[in-house]
Design a binder for this molecule. Structure first.
Ligand SMILES: *[C@@H]1O[C@H](CO)[C@@H](O)[C@H](O)[C@H]1NC(C)=O
Ligand SMILES: *[C@@H]1O[C@H](CO)[C@@H](O)[C@H](O)[C@H]1NC(C)=O
Ligand SMILES: *[C@@H]1O[C@H](CO)[C@@H](O)[C@H](O)[C@H]1NC(C)=O
Ligand SMILES: *[C@@H]1O[C@H](CO)[C@@H](O)[C@H](O)[C@H]1NC(C)=O
Length: 871
């Protein structure tokens, strides 16, 4: 009751207002001038259709009181919509399953695309079931509180705002404005037209699908366009797409503004332009674009103009070829065409619109009807309609059923209401959805009861689709994606290339058959629309200051970093043992460096080392062959052979430094080196000592030579060597050298080297060699002037000098050049010092043995000694 009182009151007020304004309603020339068609039925639906597309003020004269505006501009397309509603109702009435025993009637009003007309028509419904406002038959029928309509969003908004106070449900077939999904404002608004929100999402998905990140946008100056572009911008921003420009087409034609927009289109680098605009608004801009011959832009059309006959013309195709757009789902309605063709101005006399249809299609006039409507009499000169014209013989928008999109929406709307009524009618008392499980009475349906059933309705329409409304009263949005292609005669053909279904998961909601598309300019490849070219792998995006994220520079990755994907945001450092390739798109394993046997330096060093070994062996051979000769005998030959053996080891030990380091070669390298060198130096030291001893022995009362015989010499050599062996064994046991892949020296290569394990141990080994060689050097230096059979001390001094020099220069070289060159330097030092010893100590002897045998006599040697002594 509490609910009813204000409702009843407003109904009462409205009723009296209408009654005052026009009495009676059903008159041809009432002040309201509502025209329409109706048909009796048990239950009567109200439909609002924009049969005319504008209102005009009839000839004004100062003598008469101004007449109300009249409708003008017959729209045969919306007349087809209206006929589709009648067709659907007829089908339902024939259907024995749907609403059996109940006949549906209709009251259909022409809204003239004008909100005020729509509102008046709607108010006749609100004014109650007792009055009927059709303008030529006043048969009273009981309307149920539901409106099929309105068409445009603006009209629907006006009607819905008013009707909502009565809670009267509306099912619109053409209003797509997202604003109408607002459940708080419009709790009983339903539609079979998809909301623009879905279209915006679909267009965004399309833009994403083809990788366009830089798109221009053009919108009309109305609710539909503004809401759509807003939703579109929000969607694409989420997908990382940037809007290059947004231009608004003024509602009132302004050439200056249109020119400014075309300039912007030409100046922009965006190749893809999305336009959300009503066809009437888009038309002047498109005309200018075509006039200026702006081509090469891929236009993305919204549902409002994609199939517009006004825009899709032969002439416009030059600039608009390949346009892709979202169109309302198209369907075939069986039987509709023959129904549409049945109309005839004489056979359906109570449908005034048929006469107008005739006049528009056949360009003739019935005379009377025109005068009655008070239109300007300018068309009186036209030929008279005979009624013998054949509708089937001419092409016209009315009977063309190839593009049934909105008509199908109307069809769905009527069926949806019928199914809701059917559910309401089938309600069993005691199981009803309302208070106390009551049901509604079909002959006295309350608006809120029908709204309840509309919310709940869910059925499969004959054409296969499942129809229901979501919580906002929106139907599942299915769009066809159409592509403008050229017919042979140059006219535009809308080719179905895919569809968008909002009920499907994102990812599968957009289905496009790319091969079926012909793009702008007749291309078969999708155009590109980017602000900046893609960043190739190997580079990363650097957003330009103050610009959109789609405009960026590509910076190459730094050394050691890569990016392996197009448009990477950053470069990824390579793993430790990897490095970037020169293209910076792949991490490649670093080059592993060590001195190998294969390379030139390795081969050279190996050769030299083997050469050294061979020379040592030959020297040993020569000495052995001439072992009986005085010069060999004079210089304690045992030590000489030991020295040669150790030199051979020294030459050979350099080989352990070449090749890939392994556990064994690392362990062997420094220890073998240390031991052979100590052996070598000890021999030299022993020789020096022998020289010193020999000199002392020539002095009286001295038989030191007895103390330092061959055995003792060998033993002392071995003793010295054992010290080094002990150091090496301790080194190997405590912290032996091991192979390691060293990354710290160079970025781009790994040094495969032997880690010393213990630097102290290495220093001890070197230090011991150094100590022994210094001692040899000092002693040899002291002994260099001593008379001898064959003074070796001079040569030993010299060889030790070379030895020390080599090793002293080795240290800085060793420290400063890591990598295979260190090893090479070390080998070089080993070979150089070994050759130094070999040459300095043995070359003079061999020279005498081989080339000056006359000097190789005891006499000569003695003589030399004597002569030396005497000097
Ligand atoms: C329809 O009317 C017929 C005859 O009056 C009746 O037999 C039938 O039961 C009715 N059907 C329904 C569903 O009410
Ligand atoms: C339009 O421009 C295209 C190339 O941009 C050219 O081939 C064509 O002839 C032009 N048409 C007119 C009418 O100027
Ligand atoms: C896509 O379009 C091409 C060309 O029209 C057609 O041959 C092909 O069958 C279509 N593919 C699908 C999956 O519809
Ligand atoms: C790029 O590199 C990452 C990590 O290295 C890898 O997971 C991914 O598969 C690579 N992508 C391509 C396209 O090579």
């Amino acid at each position: 009751m509490g609910m009813c009182f204000p409702l009843c009151l407003s109904l009462f007020l409205l009723k009296s207002a209408i009654a005052e304004a026009s009495d009676p309603m059903c008159r041809h020339q009432g002040k309201f001038d509502l025209s329409g068609v109706s048909r009796k039925g048990d239950v009567v639906l109200t439909g609002l259709f924009p049969i005319h597309f504008r209102t005009i003020q009839p000839n004004l004269s100062f003598h008469e009181e101004p007449s109300p505006p009249v409708c003008d501009g017959f729209n045969s397309r919306s007349f087809r919509w209206m006929q589709t509603m009648i067709f659907a109702l007829q089908e339902i009435n024939k259907d024995p399953m749907l609403l059996p025993n109940i006949t549906l009637g209709y009251n259909i009003y022409d809204t003239c695309t004008t909100p005020t007309h729509s509102l008046r028509a709607a108010l006749t419904l609100a004014s109650g079931p007792y009055e009927d406002a059709s303008n030529y038959n006043c048969e009273g029928t009981s309307s149920i509180p539901v409106i099929v309509g309105d068409s445009g969003s603006t009209q629907s908004l006006v009607v819905a705002r008013t009707m909502m106070s009565f809670n009267i449900p509306m099912v619109s077939y053409f209003s797509s404005c997202t604003c109408l999904s607002n459940r708080n404002e419009f709790p009983a608004f339903f539609r079979t037209m998809p909301s623009d929100a879905y279209q915006a999402k679909g267009v965004a998905r399309l833009v994403q699908r083809f990788g366009w990140t830089w798109v221009g946008s053009i919108v009309g100056d109305d609710d539909y366009s503004h809401n759509a572009i807003q939703a579109f911008s929000d969607e694409v921003r989420k997908l990382g797409v940037c809007i290059a420009f947004t231009e608004v087409i003024p509602k009132v034609y302004s050439r200056r503004k249109i020119l400014q927009i075309t300039e912007n289109i030409k100046a922009s680098t965006a190749r893809v332009i999305v336009m959300f605009a009503l066809e009437g608004d888009a038309y002047p801009l498109i005309s200018e674009v075509v006039k200026q011959n702006i081509t090469g832009r891929q236009w993305i059309a919204s549902e409002a103009w994609v199939t517009s006959a006004l825009i899709a013309t032969k002439e416009n195709f030059l600039s608009l070829s390949g346009t892709i757009g979202f169109a309302i789902h198209r369907a075939e309605i069986p039987g509709l065409r023959s129904f549409l063709l049945q109309v005839h101005p004489f056979k359906t006399p109570n449908n005034l619109f048929v006469k107008e249809l005739w006049e528009v299609i056949f360009n003739c006039s019935f005379g009377m009807a025109v005068e009655q409507k008070g239109k300007p009499a300018s068309i009186s000169s036209q030929k008279k309609c005979t009624g013998l014209e054949e509708l089937t013989n001419t092409y016209n928008i009315y009977s063309d059923v190839s593009e049934l999109r909105i008509s199908y929406n109307v069809y769905k709307a009527v069926y949806t209401i019928a199914h809701s009524l059917h559910n309401l009618y089938s309600c069993e008392n005691g199981k009803g959805p309302f208070e106390n499980q009551t049901c509604a009475n079909i002959f006295d349906v309350k608006p809120w009861q029908l709204a309840h059933y509309l919310k709940e309705v869910r059925y499969a329409i004959k054409l296969g689709e499942e129809i229901y409304f979501d919580e906002n009263g929106d139907i599942v949005a299915t769009y066809d994606i159409v592509n403008w292609q050229k017919n042979e005669d140059g006219s535009v053909r809308f080719v179905h290339v895919g569809h968008f279904d909002s009920a499907t998961d994102s990812g599968q909601d957009l289905v496009v058959n790319e091969t079926a598309i012909i793009w702008a300019g007749g291309k078969v490849e999708a155009p590109e629309s980017l602000c900046s070219k893609h960043c190739l792998p190997g580079t990363r995006k650097a957003i330009r200051n103050g610009e959109q994220i789609c405009c960026f520079d590509c910076l190459p990755c730094a050394d050691g970093e890569i990016s392996n994907e197009t448009d990477s945001l950053n470069c990824v450092p390579c793993a430790l043992e990897h490095w970037s390739n020169p293209q910076r798109n792949e991490c490649i394993p670093k080059e592993i460096e060590f001195l190998s046997f294969e390379e030139a330096m390795g081969i050279t060093l190996t050769t030299v080392s083997l050469l050294g070994t061979a020379s040592t062996v030959s020297v040993a051979g020569v000495l052995w062959y001439y072992r009986k000769t005085p010069i060999v005998r004079a210089n304690n030959s045992e030590l000489s052979f030991l020295l040669l053996l150790s030199l051979m080891l020294c030459f050979l030990c350099s080989l352990t430094f070449i090749g890939q380091p392994s556990v064994w070669s690392c362990m062997l390298r420094h220890t073998l080196f240390g031991v052979s060198f100590v052996l070598c130096i000890s021999c030299v030291l022993a020789k020096t000592l022998v020289v010193l001893m020999a000199f002392k022995a020539t002095l009286p009362n001295n038989n030191m030579m007895k103390w330092f015989g061959t055995l003792q010499q060998i033993l002392s050599v071995l003793l010295c060597t054992v010290v080094q062996v002990v150091i090496c064994v301790v080194w190997l046991l405590v912290s032996s050298p091991f192979p390691v892949k060293q990354t710290k020296y160079y970025n781009q290569k790994i040094i495969f080297e032997c880690d010393l394990g213990s630097v102290t141990a290495f220093c001890c080994v070197l230090g011991y060699i150094g100590f022994l060689s210094c001692m040899s050097f000092v002693l040899a230096f002291l002994a260099r002037k001593l008379p001898d059979n064959f003074n070796e001390a001079k040569f030993i001094t010299f060889s030790m000098l070379i030895f020390c020099a080599v090793w002293l220069t080795f240290i800085p070289a060793y420290i400063s050049s890591p990598g295979k060159y260190t090893v090479a330097v070390e080998i070089f030092a080993i070979l150089a010092s070994s050759f130094g010893l070999l040459i300095c100590i043995f070359a003079p002897k061999c020279y005498i043995i081989l080339f000056k045998p006359e000097r190789n006599t005891k006499k000569y040697l003695m003589g030399k000694t004597c002569s030396k002594k005497s000097t």
